[in-house]
Design a protein around this ligand. Structure first.
Ligand code: HPA
Length: 265
């Protein structure tokens, strides 16, 4: 099914009012989808949407109202490490665009490389480093593939998120996110290398979706919840179960900021 066909199926189930914002929920952040007053459509009803590959994700598309804004919440994403396809999120993002979304807000779980940015913190992305060398637009035949990545993390959206954090007295760091393909975690030497390159947090997602969203003309913002200090930064253990266990610490802050942001959008 094409994005247009899928968008028609979704409209027939969730109503035809245009969506304004698309939200992607990262590991352990799925509960925000339950706060939306709307209709949940399982990905299994939407051919081409990612299969429920990663535990801690909730594979539904939820369309409805959150703080007075019509949102489309993707309760889980596809990661490159699941199948080796960097463009696996292209169809769901095309569908968001077709449903009317102006902006994408991506969330993720990440490891911190900044000693002061501890487990349980949140970080608003100012930029990214594509440490994987992969790109979801490889193979795109049109000149539209040459997407400028200046201001990929939209300055107005970032300012609004920061204002929302300030208004709710929620500490939110800002920093640069490095995409590492996974699924193995980084070695301490890799973390030292990425730190030297200028990254503040590291994770296995978000960058392909932001590239695809800029390609589609969506404005983007992204927030990481810090679930661990990156390899070699502390003696904290690093594992997927630790990620899922720690995500709720930052998730509460993230929800506070997002709700305030939406109420002013
Ligand atoms: N590295 C990569 N991805 C992650 C990490 C990490 O330390 N923590 C959560 N996701």
């Amino acid at each position: 099914m094409t994005a247009t066909d899928l968008a028609s199926v979704i409209r027939s189930r969730a109503g035809t009012d245009p969506v304004r914002i698309g939200l992607i929920l990262g590991s352990g952040l799925g509960h925000l989808a339950e706060a939306v007053d709307g209709v949940a459509i399982p990905y299994t009803d939407l051919p081409g949407f990612p299969h429920a590959g990663v535990s801690g994700h909730n594979p539904n598309l939820v369309i409805g109202d959150l703080e007075g804004v019509r949102v489309a919440v993707l309760g889980g994403r596809s990661h490159y490490y699941e199948h080796g396809k960097p463009d696996a999120m292209r169809l769901p993002l095309e569908v968001l665009k077709d449903l009317g979304a102006e902006a994408l807000i991506a969330t993720n779980a990440a490891g911190s490389m900044v000693p002061e940015m501890k487990t349980g913190s949140i970080m608003c992305l100012t930029d990214h480093i594509n440490f994987s060398g992969l790109n979801p637009l490889i193979g795109e035949p049109t000149d539209a593939r040459f997407v400028p990545m200046m201001d990929a993390y939209d300055p107005d959206l970032r300012a609004a998120l920061l204002a929302a954090a300030k208004a709710t007295k929620t500490e939110m760091h800002q920093g640069i996110y490095a995409w590492y393909s996974g699924p193995s975690f980084e070695t301490p030497a890799e973390i030292r290398a990425i730190r030297m390159l200028g990254a503040d947090a590291v994770g296995m997602s978000t960058v392909p979706e932001v590239i695809l969203s800029r390609f589609l003309g969506l404005r983007c913002a992204a927030i990481s919840t810090i679930t661990n200090m990156a390899a070699g930064m502390s003696d904290e253990k690093i594992s997927h179960s630790h990620t899922k266990e720690m995500a709720p610490l930052g998730a509460a802050k993230l929800e506070t900021v997002l709700r305030r942001f939406l109420s002013e959008f």
